[in-house]
Design a protein around this ligand. Structure first.
Ligand SMILES: *Cc1c(COP(=O)(O)O)cnc(C)c1O
Length: 347
């Protein structure tokens, strides 16, 4: 997987239970590498308070990880996003300055490769340049979208991911694996051992603590499933083309869906999709604008309880949107037309 992303020789990583655990693991490694003091043994107050620069569109698990590490709410320094919910690279300098003014030591930038609400891909090359300039750890949360690297048509969206210090990539999202299988990949494989640089001597006594197969040294979990078996079996028997095609097809399908929403006259598209996440709202004639938010909530409730479709909702720009993730490779254009018709009927 590191090879697919273009990470260099010497990269490596570990599988863990989910993107949330994966992001925490990567941030722990970032802290060991960049804090400038031993926070693992000394705790978060053994040095200056730390922070990471994070786009406003990021998954909540980043802020949660930061709080779990004891950095409080200012452990996250928000970076503004643009009209398409992508991190604004030109805002990074100001965010860095703001963090320093607040007495914080910035150690990393987290970029999204497929943000949660809209599936936006941040400009990874620009973030990599910024991190190189300021000696910051570059983490990519690619839980959803790192799989784009498999698709020749959409690989350009993750350009720059090969420059990351760490990447989180969920196989249970666009690689169709049963939950949960997440790769936490490091540009320098040994960083993986630094995330949990604690010695549980009753387990590890007398062993070579750097053995790649000692997964417990490198993850949150102790007992866990043999996740690698499913993923390795699929990759070694099916190769990557099946996964690449699935990414390409669902991204293509989502773009066609977005076009149909735009030309429908009674639906509104939030942003043109970067991947297979499409946010939209139903705007039937005769419903006042002030009632549209409540309508989306009601429509979603009605659809989900009827059982034919599953949608979630999200708030963007202060308004409520329906959000769909086209991830089943058997979903067709006709299914998505049926979704729109079901919404029309539910009004
Ligand atoms: C899904 C997702 C997560 C959380 O991953 P889990 O596997 O659900 O724990 C984190 N970040 C992003 C961008 C995601 O899409």
């Amino acid at each position: 997987m590191a090879g697919v992303l273009g990470l260099p020789e010497g990269s490596g990583g570990v599988l863990t239970s989910g993107g949330s655990a994966g992001n925490l693991t990567a941030l722990l490694a970032a802290r060991q590498a960049k804090a400038g003091f031993d926070a693992w043994n000394g705790g978060p107050t053994a040095g200056p308070p730390l922070t990471v620069l994070v786009p406003e569109s990021t998954h909540y698990c980043i802020a949660r990880s930061v709080r779990m590490m004891g950095w409080g709410s200012e452990g996250v320094t928000p970076v503004p996003v643009d009209a398409r919910y992508r991190l604004r690279p030109e805002a990074l300098e100001e965010a860095l300055a703001a963090a320093k003014r607040a007495g914080r030591r910035p150690i990393a930038v987290v970029a999204s490769a497929g943000s949660t609400a809209t599936g936006a891909f941040d400009a990874l090359d620009a973030v990599a340049d910024f991190c190189a300039k300021h000696d910051l750890w570059f983490h990519v949360d690619g839980a959803h979208g790192a799989s784009a690297a498999l698709s020749p048509r959409y690989r350009h969206q993750v350009k720059g991911i090969e420059r990351a210090d760490s990447v989180v990539w969920d196989a249970h999202k666009l690689m169709m694996m049963p939950a949960l299988i997440t790769a936490v990949l490091f540009r320098e494989s040994h960083r993986s051992f630094e995330a949990f640089a604690q010695e549980a001597s009753y387990l590890f006594n007398g062993q070579d603590t750097r053995r790649w197969s000692d997964v417990a040294l490198r993850t949150l979990e102790c007992t866990k499933e043999m996740m690698a078996l499913k993923l390795y079996t699929c990759l070694s028997t099916l190769g990557t083309k099946l996964f690449a095609d699935s990414v390409t097809d669902t991204f293509d399908l989502s773009r066609r869906f977005a076009e149909r929403l735009q030309s429908s006259g009674d639906f509104e598209l939030a942003v043109s999709p970067d991947c297979n996440i499409v946010c939209f709202r139903h705007t039937p004639q005769g419903i006042p604008t002030s009632e549209l938010d409540a309508l989306q909530v009601r429509l979603r409730e009605s659809l989900v309880t009827s059982g034919d479709f599953y949608l979630v909702q999200t708030t963007l720009g202060g308004r409520v949107w329906l959000r769909t993730t086209v991830i089943n490779p058997l979903t067709t254009d006709e299914d998505l037309d049926a979704l729109l018709n079901a919404l029309r009927r539910a009004v």
